[in-house]
Design a protein around this ligand. Structure first.
Ligand code: ATP
Ligand code: MG
Length: 183
C-alpha cells in the first residue's frame, strides 16, 4: 500500500520531474489559439494543448526516495498570487522553438522561480543555473522569425505544480502529480 503523502508512482524507478505553471482551461484555450496563430507565421510542429505550461524549475531524472524532500521545498514557498500577461512571441534558433513570452514580467514570477530554485539547491538538487526566461513552448522544429507582438493572454497564476514527464516515441506527455496554491 502507498504511504501517506507519496504518489502512486512511488513504486517505480526514477521519475523525470519539473515544477511548472499549469494553465486553467480558459488560459489553455487562449494559449492554444495563440499557438495556431503563431504556427501560421512560423510553421513547425504545434505543441498539443494539453502539454502547454511554463517550466519553473527542471529536475530531470529524480530517485523516488527524493520525492519527500522535493515536496518539502515546494511547501516552504510563500508567494502571492499574480497575473502574467503573455504578449510576445519569440524564437530560439539553437533549438528551433517558437514560444510565447511576456514583454513585462511581474516581480512575483521571478520571486517564485527564485524561491523554488534556491530551496532546491539548498536541499542538494541540481537546478538549471541559466537565467530564467518565462515562456510557453508553442512550436517545435519551427523556422521562426523576428519577435512578434500578439493578442495578450492574461494568465491568472493561482498555484504551481510538480509534473512528471513521461517520454514517448516522439514527444513527452505530462502528468501533474501535486499542486501548491499561492497566497
Ligand atoms: P522531449 O524532451 O521528450 O522532447 P519535453 O522537452 O517536452 O519532451 P522534458 O524534456 O521532460 O519534455 O522537459 C519538460 C520541461 O522541462 C519542458 O518545459 C522543457 O522545456 C523543460 N526542460 C527540459 N530540460 C531542461 C533543462 N535542462 N533545463 C531547463 N528546462 C528544461
Ligand atoms: Mg526535452
Amino acid at each position: 500500500m502507498a504511504e501517506a503523502g507519496k504518489t502512486e508512482t512511488s513504486e517505480s524507478g526514477p521519475l523525470r520531474l519539473f515544477f511548472a505553471l499549469w494553465p486553467d482551461d480558459a488560459t489553455r484555450a487562449a494559449l492554444n489559439r495563440t499557438g495556431k496563430w503563431l504556427h501560421q507565421h512560423w510553421g513547425g510542429r504545434r505543441m498539443r494543448a494539453d502539454t502547454l505550461h511554463i517550466t519553473l524549475a527542471f529536475l530531470g531524472e529524480t530517485p523516488v526516495d527524493k520525492l519527500d524532500a522535493l515536496i518539502a521545498c515546494a511547501d516552504s514557498v510563500e508567494i502571492e498570487a499574480f497575473d502574467l500577461v503573455l504578449d510576445e512571441a519569440g524564437y530560439w534558433r539553437h533549438n528551433h522553438i517558437g514560444w510565447l513570452g511576456a514583454s513585462e514580467t511581474p516581480p512575483q514570477h521571478f520571486e517564485l522561480v527564485g524561491a523554488l530554485n534556491a530551496g532546491l539547491q539548498a536541499a542538494g538538487f541540481a537546478v538549471d543555473a541559466r537565467p530564467h526566461v518565462p515562456h510557453v513552448t508553442l512550436l517545435r522544429k519551427s523556422l521562426g522569425g523576428e519577435l512578434l507582438s500578439c493578442a495578450p493572454v492574461r494568465w491568472p497564476i493561482r498555484d504551481f505544480v510538480l509534473v512528471q514527464s513521461v517520454t514517448e516515441s516522439d514527444s513527452a506527455h505530462y502528468e501533474v502529480i501535486r499542486r501548491w496554491p499561492l497566497g
